[in-house]
Design a protein around this ligand. Structure first.
Ligand code: C5P
Length: 212
């Protein structure tokens, strides 16, 4: 059996990475695709008082349990299923249950820092960076965090200025230089997503061909 194709999808917060990953998965519904999101690997802060959790810098690489993420990526590459943590953004803690992810011919890994982290990046065959204008990203983030993540306006703005923006400039944006492909206009770029899906299908086909 050939080793799966590992595709990394990075980009700033609310850039459309999740949408790109979802559209790729939908277009490859006839293939075995394993999906892992870096957000699920945030460290569990359930032992930290709630008021302190709100002050944590979640945009720094240290906020993630990268060891677990890398070990799960390796297991999937070796054809083993993993139990992915389930993260709760409202409490900044892990849920008691996990989510089983089966191995696939393609492994999609998506997250703000997946291209920054060398130990994650080195596992990838295809590296994508999803780009979107900063004004659109902050507007999307405001709406999402207030609607879905239990935050209020002042908290989103404060966190953005204190952590999100500086970490984006220090880690996320520079990781673009590792990308093979940069997708502009986030998840709305169906032409780029279609080209990516075509390229992934071609690589899978040539792998199958060489096994015959
Ligand atoms: O989905 P997205 O890529 O935007 O998720 C990453 C963002 O989630 C980070 O920018 C980080 O600030 C935020 N985050 C948060 N609270 C947590 C964990 C992450 O606001 N508990």
């Amino acid at each position: 059996m050939s080793s799966p194709l590992v595709v990394g999808i990075a980009g700033g917060t609310a850039s459309g990475k999740t949408t790109v990953a979802r559209k790729v998965r939908e277009a490859l519904a006839d293939c075995r695709v394993a999906f892992i999101d870096q957000d699920s690997y945030y460290r569990d802060l359930k032992d930290m008082p709630l008021v302190d959790r709100r002050e944590v810098n979640f945009d720094h690489p240290d906020a993630f349990d990268t060891e677990l993420l890398v070990s799960h990526l390796r297991a999937l590459k070796q054809g083993q299923a993993i139990q992915k943590p389930v993260y709760d953004f409202v409490t900044s803690g892990r849920q008691p249950h996990t989510h089983r992810v089966d191995p696939g011919d393609i492994i999609l890994i998506e997250g703000i820092l997946v291209l920054h982290m060398k130990e994650v990046r080195d596992q990838m065959d295809v590296k994508i960076y999803v780009d979107a204008d900063d004004d659109l990203r902050i507007l999307r983030r405001l709406t999402r965090d207030i609607k879905d993540r239990g935050r209020d306006f002042d908290h989103v703005v404060g966190q953005y200025l204190r952590h999100v923006r500086p970490m984006h400039m220090g880690f996320v944006e520079p990781s673009k230089h590792h990308a093979d492909i940069i997708i502009p206009h986030g998840g709305n770029n169906d032409i780029a997503i279609g080209m990516l899906v075509g390229a992934l299908r071609a690589r899978l086909a040539s792998q199958h061909q060489s096994q015959r």
